[in-house]
Every structure is written in C-alpha cells, then in structure tokens.
Design a protein around this ligand. Structure first.
Ligand code: RB5
Length: 147
C-alpha cells in the first residue's frame, strides 16, 4: 500500500519507528517531514501528507504530533479526508470499519510507541465494512464538506 507519513518535532521518533515498521512490511512509505526534532509548525507537514491522500498519491496517511490533535484538525480541513485520532487499537479498527478513515492521527506525548505500532497495524489491516448505514453516514459528512 502507498502510505504518506508526517509529524512535527514532538513526534519525530514515533514517525521514524512507524516508517520503519511499515517499510519492513513492504509498504511504500513517503515521508512528508519533519526530519528532525527542531521546533516546527505541525500544519505544514500534516497538510502535505493529507493533500497527498486527497489527490490520490497515497491511499492512506499517518500524521503524528505531541497530542495528535493539531495534525488531526489540520488533516480534516483537506477535502476528502476523514482523519481519526486514535490512542488505542479498538478505535483504529472501528474507524476503519465504520468511518472508512483515510488518515490516522496519533500523539507521541499521549501514547507509547509500542501502542502506536499496534494502532498502525490494526488501522492498516482493517477493511471498511461497506455497510449501508455506515456509507449513508459518510455520505452525509461528504455533503457537509461540499456545502
Ligand atoms: C507542539 O508543541 C505541540 O503543540 C504539537 O505537537 C501538538 O501537540 C499540537 O496539537
């Protein structure tokens, strides 16, 4: 799968660990930065990653900051993005099954890296259910976005 990944200075270590995990699994990972722990602005990187998913360059995106909140707010401003902020694997499974989320957000200050790896594995490997009730709700979100 083609996956974009991005972080700010508060999550550089997590981004590197998750990039390695996904690459080892054979995924094609594109890194949208940041590339160090030097202070930076999370919208710059989260936007680049979310845009790549919106424009079809990547099937999914993963954005990480200190809490996951700033990057999730940013990603959800991009057309066609359904970004889910997760801190445990159950939410990661349900957001794939119910929301067909295409971007995953996490926080390095609020979630350990081993838990984040479990979240990523669950989120990447769970298919959307395509249930009528879930599709109806996603369609309503899309209409709100288009209004
Ligand atoms: C950076 O200090 C911090 O604000 C950022 O990583 C994130 O937590 C924002 O939501």
């Amino acid at each position: 799968m083609k996956i974009g990944i991005a972080c700010d200075h508060g999550a550089y270590e997590a981004k590197e660990a998750i990039k390695e995990l996904l690459s080892q699994q054979g995924h094609e990972v594109t890194d949208y930065g940041t590339h160090s722990t030097a202070s930076c602005d999370y919208p710059d990187f989260a936007y680049a990653c979310a845009k790549s998913v919106s424009e079809g360059e990547n099937e999914r995106g993963i954005v990480i900051c200190g809490t996951g909140i700033g990057v999730s707010i940013t990603a959800n401003k991009v057309k066609g993005i359904r970004c889910a902020l997760c801190s445990e694997p159950t939410s990661a499974r349900l957001t794939r099954e119910h929301n067909d989320s295409n971007v995953l957000a996490m926080g390095q200050r609020t979630c350990g890296i081993e838990v984040m790896k479990d979240i990523v594995n669950t989120w990447i490997n769970t298919e959307y259910s395509h249930d009528e009730r879930h599709q109806r709700r996603i369609d309503k979100i899309t209409k709100i976005e288009q209004a």
